[in-house]
Design a protein around this ligand. Sequence first.
Ligand SMILES: Cc1ncc(COP(=O)(O)O)c(C=O)c1O
Ligand SMILES: Nc1c(O)cccc1C(=O)C[C@H](N)C(=O)O
Length: 424
Amino acid sequence: MQEKYTKAYAEKLDAADALRTFRNEFYLKNECVYMDGNSLGLMSKRAEQSVYDVMASWKEHAIDGWTGGEIPWYYLSELLGDNMAGLVGAKKEEVIVTGSTTVNMHQLVSTFYQPEGKRTKILADALNFPSDIYALKAQLALQGYDDAHLIQVPSEDGHTLDEEAIINAMTEEVALIVLPSVLYRSGQVLDMEMLTKAAHERGIKIGFDLCHSIGAIPHELHDWNVDFAFWCTYKHLNAGPGSVAALFVNENHFGISPGLAGWFSSDKEKQFDMEHTLTPAADAGAFQIGTPHVLSAAPLIGALELFQEAGIGKIRRKSLQLTAYMMDVIEYELGEFDFIICNPINEKQRGGHIYLEHPEAARICKALKWKNVIPDFRKPSGIRLAPVALYNSFEDVYHCVQTLKNIMEEKAYEQFSNEREVVS
Ligand SMILES: Cc1ncc(COP(=O)(O)O)c(C=O)c1O
Ligand SMILES: Nc1c(O)cccc1C(=O)C[C@H](N)C(=O)O
């Protein structure tokens, strides 16, 4: 056997890993190799501590916690926006931590979708996450349009999108474009800069769903001139189930009225004047709606520290190394078992996870879990494996592929039904 495919080689890669100490910051499940951080990231000790800290500030300060204590809750959304701005390449005023992914998308589409004349359609794609498509259809319906007003650029191979095809669909009928930065199944990274430039040349506004890229790849939203973006914080950012999401609005658009207004859209100094005419915040803060979900934002305080310490450049470099290594070992070890690697291979388009297709995928995932390796299954026949730079090791990757090989050799998956779980 070539040295490259031994456990010793994985250990050598781990010894040379500049981020290896970050693994100790996380609660790793005992005896378990976690490969599902692209769905729900693991808990870190920092995130846990910051939840305790916010609980303590509530206990101690009660109502005065809004403006007192170490981190006054009234400014927490702005503070976290500032802490996160580097991850998306934004000015601090352009990011606010608020709401959920889907609510933020409704907020931004209701703000930026302004059909006029023959520009009435929304351009999206055929592979985006369902919630985004439901939200776009609902926004069209609110404006009196049917689903035919949503153009979904098809995928030739069922896994990836052709950016040229997206650009060709940017016609004079299109008022707004919403696309994912990274596709949730195949992990393809779209060229946001190129797509934004093409959209603007055609007079169209464009926004991105960053759920699968935030914390995994660097962004330059401000310099790329992206109009808006939104993302969750529970995947690569590790802020826990239902943690508060975030959004970006380019400073070029400051002053535009939020489609969904509420009293937290206010200029903070004016908010408690209790006027019935809203004076929106002068920055991305205007896209908040109501009282911030302080307890669900709390883990983000600690979780983001780790990104500031590690640096997104190093995270991306290790992530690419992990996924390259994983594909290499898969090809070497699993060649005879009908797996197809469906994520893009090249570094520019490869996101933070590997996507394998196999006709028995649902039950192979069940067998992996039974063997303490945690993947996730996506219909119709996909296995997602996310080796996460902050807490997965090369040895984890080695172990994951060896486990998969073992399951295939022994046909251990046959004891399970080939149907998805309720939550997969
Ligand atoms: C790309 C993408 N968009 C939207 C969502 C849904 O976001 P939420 O349920 O947090 O609103 C998810 C995952 O759940 C996702 O992967
Ligand atoms: N948001 C989720 C949830 O509430 C339960 C289970 C999974 C999720 C996910 O985030 C799934 C994820 N967006 C995906 O890429 O499939």
